[in-house]
Design a protein around this ligand. Structure first.
Ligand code: PRP
Length: 216
């Protein structure tokens, strides 16, 4: 990578949480190590290739669309909610999940509902998905712990990400329908990509498995 030979690092936003750990594991498998940052929200890898901003998942597209971070690693679910124009550079093999409609285990689902009441962190996706089926949907926007909504009676349904299914199970919920598969992507701010395309392309090749030492 060119940054190894003294150029300025690429700026990359990473989301806090599970995806952050998995991304660092993916980097480490390719020989790119990022020392633990503690509570600091700006980090760097040992070789000086990357300047990393650690942001809240749903804020990541904001940092990339404003060009504060040139690159970001993010779920397609979050990108769909944010809208905006990004270049998709890569889909990763890790972090795929399912966007699901779920309800209490004892809920009897009407296969052809006339309308739905849904609590979700993903109102744009939920509205678009059910509107495309011609089903009006009342959406209650939440920011987390969505599984509580059917348990406490806020809404009979949730639309949420399901990975292992353990959160649903632990709260007495079941999948009613799998709506979409989500992927983790590397995205770029279009203007940043145009200016730094060579270095960014090198980084993409590196993430695809090209050897770091050979490319340096
Ligand atoms: C996500 C998602 C589910 C859970 C699913 O939440 O919204 O709650 O993970 O994972 P599982 O199927 O492996 O149990 P997250 O951990 O991001 O927390 P949040 O509710 O605070 O957004």
């Amino acid at each position: 990578m060119s940054a190894v030979s003294g150029e300025s690092p690429l700026s990359l936003a990473l989301p806090k949480g599970r995806l952050f750990e998995r991304t660092l594991e993916h980097f480490a498998e390719r020989g790119l190590r990022v020392p633990p940052a503690g509570r600091e929200l700006i980090a760097a890898d040992e070789r000086g290739m990357l300047r990393i901003f650690i942001v809240k998942n749903s804020d990541l597209p904001v940092y990339v669309s404003h060009g504060i971070a040139g690159l970001g690693i993010c779920g397609s679910d979050v990108l769909y909610e944010a809208g905006g124009v990004f270049f998709d550079l890569l889909e990763f093999s890790f972090g795929a999940t399912r966007m699901c409609l779920a309800a209490r285990e004892d809920h009897e689902h009407d296969a052809a509902p006339r309308r739905l009441k849904v609590a979700t962190k993903f109102p744009v996706f939920t509205r678009d998905f059910f509107n495309s089926r011609g089903i009006p949907v009342e959406i209650i926007k939440l920011h987390g712990s969505v599984e509580l909504a059917p348990v406490l009676g806020l809404a009979p349904y949730i639309v949420d990400l399901v990975e292992t299914g353990s959160t649903l199970k632990a709260n007495g919920l079941k999948i009613v329908e799998e709506l979409e598969n989500t992927k983790v992507k590397l995205i770029a701010n279009p203007a940043y990509y145009k200016v730094h395309y060579k270095k960014v392309n090198d980084f993409v090749s590196f993430l695809r498995g090209a050897d770091l030492e050979e490319r340096a």
